[in-house]
Design a binder for this molecule. Structure first.
Ligand SMILES: N[C@H](CCC[C@H](N)C(=O)O)C(=O)O
Length: 261
């Protein structure tokens, strides 16, 4: 069977997208992992289905590149909004349903504005913060993050993702954050379910921006990643409470094609 697919990327976090409004995609962990494989498939950090929704513009179904369905993907959400806009599903703003509930979004001047769910609690520990921005994120602020090798990000990220505290809870994504002189952040992320460093992580940079608020960084926070620049705007309504959280940045179609499945 020939499958029509689209390839999108949002600041280097890349995805296979399927227009599955007819809900015919034969979901299986094996097929999703194969399509995301960078040698034997199309290659991506994740795969998304765009499906019809009885009340809202569309439904987002997200899978990590390990083939397993997962929690919310911020960059994936931005790419799917860009795709839906290109399909003509909406003109200015859209509301869609994802695994963590409803999201509003808009496309303006080549940027996608994605509203993230409110954050009601930030667990603050010695040396890290832990919060859920649609996916679970461990955030640690340190020097020289830009200078870390890929191997160091993977080794240190993997150790935290599988440690005795986070491992039994399904693991976590791990973010290493450096304050830059211009009050922006440089973020590198080890992603659960990709089990590697990705070029950026949308729910990850969102978590880093909120955690940086405890270090006097105010909204909007500029974040640099290996894959490009993102912005996170938010409203702090309480010591640990954030609403009106927007993840803002570019999302582009790279190519489309057909693949035998
Ligand atoms: N790997 C994440 C999901 C994708 C998050 C990331 N790609 C993003 O842009 O938010 C997890 O399993 O928690």
């Amino acid at each position: 069977m020939l499958l029509h697919f689209y390839k999108y990327q949002g600041t280097g976090n890349d995805f296979v997208i399927i227009d599955d409004r007819k809900q015919t995609f034969p979901i299986s962990q094996e097929l999703v992992a194969k399509l995301c494989d960078r040698r034997f498939g199309i290659g991506a950090d994740g795969l998304m289905l765009l499906q019809n929704h009885p009340e809202y513009d569309f439904r987002m179904v997200y899978f990590n590149s390990d083939g397993n369905a997962s929690s919310m993907c911020g960059n994936g959400g931005r790419c799917l909004v860009r795709f839906a806009h290109a399909l003509g599903i909406f003109k200015e703003t859209t509301t869609f349903e994802a695994v963590d509930g409803l999201h509003e979004a808009s496309v303006k001047d080549n940027l996608v504005y994605l509203k993230m769910n409110d954050v009601r609690y930030v667990q603050r520990e010695a040396g890290y913060d832990f919060l859920n921005t649609g996916s679970p994120h461990y955030v640690t602020f340190m020097e020289q993050v830009q200078a870390m090798t890929h191997e160091e990000v993977v080794k240190q990220g993997r150790a935290i993702r599988y440690n005795d505290y986070f491992g039994p809870k399904g693991g976590t994504n791990v973010n290493f954050v450096e304050f830059l002189p211009d009050n922006s952040l440089f973020v590198r992320t080890y992603e659960r379910g990709v089990e590697d460093e990705t070029y950026s992580c949308g729910t990850g940079v969102t978590a880093c921006a909120l955690a940086a608020n405890f270090h006097q960084l105010k909204s909007p926070v500029q974040i640099r990643t290996k894959g490009g620049d993102l912005q996170v705007a938010f409203n702090q309504v309480g010591e640990q409470e954030f609403t009106d959280i927007y993840l803002i940045g570019p999302a582009e179609k790279v190519f489309e094609g057909m693949i035998e499945i």
